[in-house]
Structure formats: structure tokens, C-alpha cells
Design a protein around this ligand. Structure first.
Ligand code: KG4
Ligand code: ZN
Length: 344
């Protein structure tokens, strides 16, 4: 890889900065989450941008000092360019670009989802394509074949809500706070996944939707169930969480394994905040064992949004394409480099 790299991530509500050494080893990793959104049950874009402004310089300073390096030691600076919330993206991207310009250090704008795809490389540096990735976050749900370095095939994505968004919405319906994923998972551990038979949307194995996801109908089914029951006791909340989580996990695992069957991949990687979910990790490992599948899951700090995956992707992109133009700016709909959508 060759360069001591600062990676900056501010696409949503995490202000995160990492220092990665030239061999790709993490020297420091600062992740400052924003609890201000808890009050509102979801991310408020304006508040997220303001919180990034307050945190970005201290997060950069902390990452440098924890790594034992100074600004002058940096050989590459990378920042998430998009997609994400424009106000949030602008803070990290502009700060990182200004720093690079001032220091005369090469600068690379990183695609947030390519960074999630590459997050597994932080702990598995010798992993090489091909592999299959399931990216499940608050904003995205996609099944991608990494055919070669920089060559991605999008098999399918969500047609409405992302998997993490569904967890967040169900948590909000049940009054469990934000972010919803960890709260739903905790309650689900005590509940019975068979208590309600929620729909498993779009499990058709052949049609054009075979790798597409849809979670909004599942959310509606939870709303209907709540209406039917009225006030819920604590055990009923546990059961609903378990049944909802089981439906999401079943769909994610079934579609991933259908792709394994169709394309013969031997390695499946998870990425994104929902990849922290233990039921999902275990189900994929358990059901994948029949295919002699290697399932690679990033450590929890590398699943949710983080600067380390941005630094890692910046190293890769710099080696391949060189610096990003100084004219570039944060872009909420930045095209995914090298991604080709498969039309079924
Ligand atoms: O990747 P991420 O940090 O941000 C985006 O790029 O969207 O993912 C955040 C999402 C949230 O929707 C959160 O509820 C979900 O990941 N999440 C989980 C868990 N931990 C975080 N979902 C299910 N189970 C979890 N343990
Ligand atoms: Zn993300």
C-alpha cells in the first residue's frame, strides 16, 4: 500500500478518523457517535452536520496523537465523498481536503459503499477477489459480487427501506429508542422468533426480483400486529422483536445463499451496521456451512461507519487512480466506481 494514511468519515452521524500505516495496519481509530439524535428517534441532518463541525478537528487531533504521528508524517489523506447526508459529508470532506491542500499531501475522495465493501480487508489483508458481499446498513441493502479489484456487480438492492432502517423504524414503533438495531437485537434475545409469522418478502428464486430486497411491507406487518394487540407487555415486545429479526435475517441469508448457489462463490463478506447483528452472523455461518462457505465478518467497530475503512479504500484508490481532483466536492449521489448493475 505504501503510505501513512489519514481516513475521515462523516457521511451520516459518526465522526470517525483513523490512521493506517503503509502496511495497512491500524495505528489509531477514533469514532465519536452523536447521541443528540436519540431525542428525535432518528438522525436529524442539520444537527448531524453541526455535531461533525464541533468534533472533526478534535477527532483528527486525537487520531494523530494516539497513532504517535504528526500532520507532517501523513503521506495520504482520504475522506468519504458520498453518498450520505450533504451537510455531514461536507464537513469531513472539506476539512480533509483543506488539510491536504495546506500540507501538500495527496488527497482521495472515497465512495462510502466501496469503503464498506473493503472494510473486511482491515482484518483480512490477504483476501483477494472474487467474493460476494452483503452490505446491510441504515441507508443501503445490497448484494454485490466483487469479481476483481474495482470490478463490482450489483446483483440486487432494496426497493424501499434498507435493512437497518427497518430495524430503526420497528424500534421506534416499539419505543425502544435510536439506533434501533442494537435495541431490537437485545430484546429479541429474550423472545420467541416463532411467536408471529411475519412475511418473508421477495423470496422468489427465479424472477427479476430474486436478489432485490423490500422491507417496508414487513414494517407494515409489524404496525398491523401492534394495532391488533393494543398495549404490549414486555414479553410481547421481546417476542415481536425476535419474530421481526428472524424475518429480516431469513430473507438476507436466503438471498445471499441463492447467489452463492448461482455463482459458486466460496467467500461471503458482510459489511454495514446490521452486520453487527449476531443472529445474522450466526445464521449465515450455520446455513452457509452446507456450501463449505467461508463467512467473513468485520469486527464490530468496522461494521458501522468508520474512518479505518475509508483510509483503507483511500490507499487502494490512490494506488489505482492517483489523487482526486481539487475541484471535487462532497456528492450525496456519488456514482459507485466500477459498479455494474445486473438487469435480470
Ligand atoms: O453502516 P451504518 O453505521 O450507517 C449507514 O451507513 O447507514 O449502519 C447503521 C445501521 C442502523 O440502522 C442501526 O440500527 C443498524 O445499522 N445496526 C444494527 C445493529 N447495530 C447497528 N441492526 C441490527 N442489529 C444490530 N446489532
Ligand atoms: Zn455506512
Amino acid at each position: 500500500m505504501g503510505r501513512l494514511t489519514l481516513g475521515v468519515e462523516t457521511s451520516c452521524d459518526e465522526t470517525s478518523v483513523a490512521v493506517l500505516d503503509p502496511q495497512g495496519t491500524l495505528r489509531s481509530h477514533v469514532i465519536a457517535s452523536q447521541d443528540v439524535h436519540e431525542l428525535f428517534g432518528g438522525v436529524v441532518p442539520e444537527l448531524a452536520a453541526r455535531a461533525h463541525l464541533v468534533r472533526i478537528i478534535p477527532a483528527m487531533s486525537a487520531a494523530l496523537s494516539r497513532a504517535g504521528v504528526t500532520l507532517r508524517d501523513l503521506e495520504l489523506i482520504g475522506a468519504t465523498q458520498g453518498p450520505g447526508l450533504i451537510g455531514s459529508l461536507l464537513v469531513g470532506f472539506s476539512a480533509a481536503k483543506a488539510l491536504a491542500a495546506g500540507l501538500g499531501t495527496p488527497f482521495v475522495g472515497v465512495h462510502h459503499l466501496e469503503a464498506h465493501l473493503h472494510s473486511v480487508l482491515l482484518e483480512h489483508p490477504s483476501l483477494t477477489p472474487p467474493w460476494l458481499s452483503l452490505i446491510v446498513s441504515g441507508g443501503h441493502t445490497m448484494l454485490v459480487r466483487v469479481e476483481d479489484w474495482g470490478m463490482y456487480q450489483l446483483l440486487g438492492e432494496t426497493r424501499d427501506d434498507a435493512a437497518g432502517e427497518a430495524f430503526d423504524k420497528v424500534a421506534s414503533l416499539l419505543g425502544l429508542g435510536y439506533p434501533g438495531g442494537p435495541a431490537v437485537e437485545e430484546r429479541a434475545e429474550k423472545g420467541d422468533p416463532r411467536s408471529v409469522d411475519f412475511p418473508r418478502p421477495m423470496l422468489d428464486r427465479r424472477g427479476p426480483a430474486r436478489y432485490a430486497f423490500s422491507f417496508s411491507g414487513l414494517k407494515t406487518a409489524v404496525v398491523e400486529e401492534l394495532k391488533r394487540r393494543g398495549r404490549l407487555g414486555p414479553e410481547e415486545v421481546d417476542d415481536l422483536c425476535a419474530a421481526f429479526q428472524a424475518a429480516v435475517v431469513d430473507v438476507l441469508v436466503a438471498k445471499t445463499l441463492a447467489a452463492v448457489e448461482e455463482f459458486g462463490n466460496r467467500v461471503v463478506c458482510l459489511g454495514g451496521g446490521v452486520a453487527r447483528n449476531r443472529t445474522l452472523r450466526e445464521a449465515l455461518r450455520r446455513e452457509g456451512s452446507g456450501f463449505r462457505l467461508e463467512v467473513i465478518v468485520p469486527g464490530v467497530e468496522f461494521c458501522t461507519d468508520n474512518g479505518a475503512m475509508v483510509a483503507r479504500t483511500a490507499q487502494y484508490r490512490f494506488e489505482r487512480d492517483g489523487s482526486t481532483s481539487w475541484e471535487a466536492t462532497a456528492d450525496p449521489s456519488l456514482p459507485f466506481p466500477g459498479l455494474v448493475k445486473v438487469e435480470w
